[in-house]
Design a protein around this ligand. Structure first.
Ligand SMILES: [Cu+2]
Length: 168
């Protein structure tokens, strides 16, 4: 019975390690399309911005912001993940110029992918901005991957140790 349990623990540990390894090997989510299209010139603010990827995204840790030419946040609310699409609401825009959409999504394989694109507002709007974006760019706070490997390694070591001790 004890040996069976030890074997089970080892099997689970190896599976965890294999999953961690598989994440490195498989491809990240790739951005296929954006709305508005990159570098589009708009005369009116979009109600929301979105990016579509080549695979379903994990809804956890998703981030998306719109930063205006004034350095302020023009996105509003929480980003929404729907299958392969992430979107966020946009306030009525303000000054004309370049608005940059920053995003961070989690691929199906667990890897975090971040990026950005821009569009241009050619006619200034009357909207009021959110807070300054300098501290809230999602591209700046990537989630480190190494704690996952440390935990996987500890599980494998623990399982092996247990298996060895049970055989004495
Ligand atoms: Cu990946």
């Amino acid at each position: 019975m004890n040996r069976l349990l030890a074997t089970l623990v080892l099997a689970i540990s190896l599976t965890a390690a294999a999953v961690a390894g598989a994440g490195v090997a498989s491809a990240h989510a790739t951005r296929l399309a954006t709305d508005p299209v990159e570098n589009t010139e708009l005369t009116k603010a979009p109600e929301k911005v979105s990016a579509m990827f080549n695979e379903a995204l994990q809804p956890s840790f998703a981030a998306m912001t719109v930063v205006g030419p004034d350095g302020n946040l023009w996105s509003t609310g929480e980003p929404q993940v729907d299958g392969a699409v992430i979107s966020v609401g946009v306030r009525p825009l303000g000054p004309s110029g370049t608005y940059t959409v920053n995003y961070r999504v989690t691929s199906a394989d667990g890897h975090v992918v971040s990026g950005s694109w821009s569009f241009k507002l050619t006619v200034p709007g009357t909207g009021t901005p959110g807070p300054s974006a300098s501290a809230t760019n999602p591209a700046n706070d990537g989630i480190p991957v190494w704690p996952f490997f440390v935990v996987a390694g500890l599980i494998v070591a623990g399982g092996a140790l247990w298996a060895v001790q049970r055989q004495k």
